[in-house]
Design a protein around this ligand. Structure first.
Ligand code: GLY
Length: 249
């Protein structure tokens, strides 16, 4: 298993922000937390492949938004924030070694953070970053491989995966103020931990932010292995745990 990551850029203080107030980010602490994130992924069986540093691109540590990868194909996105589009160039170059590459084309926009895969179903949030044409192009690329693509309504959050992620193929963790997922067994985030729903699912359990102990307890109480990591600095840049890697089986 491979995890593509990219180091925290020195320009992160200039990142895009949609719902949060800007506050100082401790760059060294962010880098240290990012290394811990990579080490945890490695301990869970992933080989870390580092993308080239792009210090001039403030959001480039959030590699998830630049591609959607399945066993069959890598779809390079066209991020909704124009400042983020140059990030895709080096990601496409790297993914070319592993998968055939296709691209979301203008006028489509799509952020990987809006794309949640559960089994053969892809759920896509129609957000400020992802538009109808982007979703339609994703559907065009994925349906030939037997996947479905279903649009999900979001309220008041940046990406679909800010609001909900999967804990396995039948259970989701979500913030009910931001999204509903009918048909799935559901754990709700603790009311005091609005951002706790973004967890990174791996075959050996889920990574969760240590900032959300009450929600971690809820997940553990269902018998799920949780690997907490400190992700507080990148959270100030509206980045969660899924944002910082592209996982290839
Ligand atoms: N700062 C993360 C994003 O807006 O994409």
């Amino acid at each position: 298993m491979i995890a593509l990551t990219r180091s925290v850029p020195s320009s992160i203080a200039n990142c895009e922000l949609t719902h949060l107030q800007r506050e100082p980010i401790d760059l060294e602490r962010a880098k240290q937390q990012h290394r811990q994130y990579e080490e945890t992924l490695a301990s869970l069986g992933y080989t870390i492949v580092h993308l080239p540093d792009t210090p001039e691109l403030p959001d480039s540590v959030f590699v998830e938004d630049t591609a959607v990868v399945t066993d069959e194909i890598a779809i390079i996105t066209r991020p909704g924030a124009a400042s983020r589009r140059p990030e895709t160039v080096t990601v496409a170059d790297a993914l070319r070694q592993y998968r055939p590459i296709v691209h979301i084309q203008e006028p489509g926009t799509l952020d990987g953070g809006d794309v949640l895969r559960i089994g053969k179903r892809f759920f896509v949030g129609r957000s400020d970053r992802t538009n109808e044409q982007g979703i339609e192009q994703l559907r065009m690329y994925l349906t030939p491989f037997g996947y479905s693509v279903e649009e999900v309504v979001l309220n008041d959050c940046l990406h679909l995966k800010t609001a909900v992620t999967a804990l396995n193929e039948t259970m989701v963790l979500l913030n009910p103020a931001w999204v509903r997922m009918p048909g799935f067994e559901t754990i709700e985030t603790d009311p005091a931990e609005a951002f706790a729903a973004n967890v990174l699912l791996t075959p050996r359990g889920v990574m969760m932010s240590a900032a959300f102990p009450r929600t971690i307890e809820r997940v553990r109480s269902r018998g799920i292995d949780v690997h907490p990591v400190d992700a507080s600095e990148l959270a100030k840049a509206e980045g969660g745990l899924t944002c910082c890697s592209l996982l290839l089986a």
